[in-house]
Design a protein around this ligand. Structure first.
Ligand code: CU
Length: 115
């Protein structure tokens, strides 16, 4: 193959790769802010659709209560929530139903209600 032609097909390949990344066309995750205070989660219920990418942003705003750990048992998610530091959790519900989220000791109650 002539060198010029080879260079051309290489640049075509690179262009194709750049377009085919899919990042730009993927739906952006919907951001949902959830405050964790002494009384639990606000909001305590998040409505979503199956297949909809979510970015849950949990911020614990109180030293009182027991919101230091956030758990989403159905997705094996367990994260520390440092005081006043937003913690992002990306999650795409795959089917209709209710995904519960709670504190480390299973006392607080929150749910992602998927339609
Ligand atoms: Cu607890």
């Amino acid at each position: 193959m002539p060198r010029a032609l080879r260079a051309l097909s290489l640049s075509a390949l690179l262009a194709l790769t750049a377009c085919g990344g899919g990042e730009a066309s993927a739906p952006a995750a919907r951001r949902v802010a959830i405050e964790v205070s002494a009384s639990g989660y606000t909001p305590s219920e998040v409505r979503a659709r199956a297949g909809e990418p979510l970015l849950l942003v949990f911020t614990r705003t109180s030293e009182e209560g027991c919101g230091e750990v956030l758990a989403i048992p159905s997705h094996d998610i367990r994260r520390d929530l440092p005081l006043n530091q937003p913690v992002e959790i990306a999650l795409t519900p795959s089917a209709a139903g209710s995904l519960r989220f709670t504190c480390g000791m299973d006392m607080y109650d929150g749910a992602i209600v998927v339609e």
